[in-house]
Design a protein around this ligand. Structure first.
Ligand code: C2O
Ligand code: CU
Ligand code: CU
Length: 461
């Protein structure tokens, strides 16, 4: 495990539950002269204790799970020196960041795979503030399934004060009772909603009890870092407000009733904790029509001094698409059951899903197809996303933030996101300005779906 001083400070900051202002400045004060990166991030096999009956042979960032929460400041450069100590090649993708293509972390398309023992310096300046995350983009069913997922927080350029800022990584592990891994994927599930894990965790703990400062203003940053599961979050017995969705502040905070988050999606919730110590707030997760306790928040300490109000976060500078001149493109997500013939080793490769009748699994350099669409740099586009399958798909595009305009099934107040849940038979209309050149991945974030066809890329030039 290799922790630079700044990284260590970052870990401490993320796990701090003091009632004092936890909105820490970016860690630049800690930067020792002569280092040219902010974090050293290592990926390596690490046994971890998720269940008491035994260890899980996880693959971890920074030698533990949850992974270190990386913090950057909006508009300031972040440098992460990544070291691969895994037995196989990998890359790191920065989900939701409007990033330079060279730093997007997609093997073959944007960079060569980082081989075992090798390192790679990721450096970028995040234009938007919010809750983002990072994960490999190679052998994803296994690499993410084994634990290589972490939260990236980009602090607002002008700090917004909270008494507690709490990142919450949601992952349902594929493990047996003794902690060993169970299969990450079964073909019959990959062809349906994906293979769900069995051990539900928040920051690596099942149904954790977390302390919050009595009377304090609390920011909960939920990140669905799971391969498969849709979480449906609600707060049972206390008012809570949605302040940002998928990394992007909403124009006006609104009460959280329940919010569905597909794989890859995030939700920032603000609440003002009860004044008395020992009070309990119950965060719940819905399955079907029923809700189950998920995270317990418990007030501690003397009540914080002074009035607290729910803040309105400054909006991110997402370019506004010109809808009048925008070109519309249709994307149809379809189910297409097929099994290719077994190869020399007797392995058959299944493809179940297509985008506009094409499937791709992005497993080798040789297999890069034509882009799904070629966009003109600087022009506005409308994507019509049509899900004609019987399952829900969180559709994600790299390098861009969409404005969601309309759905055939729900009333939409336009909002910004990098990942949109498209339900069965639903049509969703999103728009954006194609201002970032490159070849941008475009896929479903149910990892089994993307690895069995529901993946492509868009080129912008
Ligand atoms: Cu989290 Cu290709 O994405
Ligand atoms: Cu992404
Ligand atoms: Cu999908």
């Amino acid at each position: 495990m290799s922790l630079s001083r700044r990284e260590f400070v970052g870990v401490l900051a993320a796990s701090m539950t003091a009632a004092s202002c936890s909105f820490l400045p970016r860690l630049s004060a800690e930067q020792s002269p002569g280092t040219d990166y902010d974090y050293i991030l290592t990926a390596e096999p690490t046994p971890i204790q998720l269940v008491s009956a035994g260890l899980t042979p996880a693959w971890c960032f920074g030698g533990s799970y949850p992974a270190p929460v990386l913090r950057a400041r909006q508009g300031q450069k972040l440098r992460v020196l990544f070291r691969n100590r895994l037995p196989e090649a990998t890359t790191i993708h920065w989900h939701g960041i409007r990033i330079d293509i060279a730093m997007d972390g997609v093997p073959y398309l944007t960079q060569p795979p980082i081989e075992p023992g090798a390192e790679f310096l990721y450096e970028f300046t995040p234009p938007d503030a919010g809750t983002f995350w990072y994960h490999p983009h190679m052998n994803s069913v296994e690499q993410l399934g084994k634990g290589l997922v972490g939260i990236l927080i980009v602090d607002e350029a002008k700090p917004v004060a909270f008494d507690l800022d709490l990142p919450l990584a949601l992952k349902t592990w594929h493990i047996n009772e003794d902690g060993s891994f169970s299969p990450f994927s079964f073909p019959r599930n990959a062809a349906r909603m994906g293979t769900p894990g069995s051990w539900e965790t928040v920051n690596g703990q099942n149904k954790p009890v977390l302390e919050i400062p009595a009377g304090g203003l609390v920011r909960l940053r939920f990140a669905n870092v799971d391969n498969t599961v849709i979480y449906k979050l609600a707060v049972k017995n206390h008012p809570a407000w949605v302040i940002a969705v998928d990394g992007n502040p909403v124009e006006k905070p609104y009460p959280l009733t329940s919010h569905e988050m597909g794989a890859g999606m995030r939700l920032d919730v603000a609440l003002i904790a009860p004044q008395k110590a020992g009070e309990v707030i119950q965060v719940q997760n819905g399955k079907g029509k029923l809700f189950f306790d998920f995270v317990t928040l418990k007030t501690v300490g003397e009540p914080v001094r002074g009035e607290r109000t729910i803040p309105v976060l400054p909006l991110n500078p997402i370019p506004q698409p010109d809808l009048a001149s925008a070109e519309s493109l249709d994307f149809v997500f379809e189910w297409e059951g097929a099994v290719t013939p077994a190869n020399d080793h007797g392995e058959a490769h299944q493809m179940f899903w297509t985008i506009n009748r094409r499937g791709w699994d992005h497993s080798s350099e040789q297999s890069i197809p034509e882009p799904l669409a070629k966009l003109q740099l600087g022009r506005s586009y409308i994507f019509n996303l049509r899900n004609v399958t019987p399952h829900t798909h969180p559709i994600h595009m790299h390098g861009y933030t969409w404005t969601v305009l309309e759905s055939s099934q729900r009333k939409i107040t336009p909002y910004h996101t990098d990942t949109v849940l498209v339900r069965r038979n639903e049509k969703v209309k999103v728009a954006f300005v194609a201002d970032n050149p490159g070849r941008w991945m475009y896929h479903c974030h149910v990892i089994e779906h993307m690895k069995t066809g529901l993946m492509g890329y868009i080129s912008v030039a």
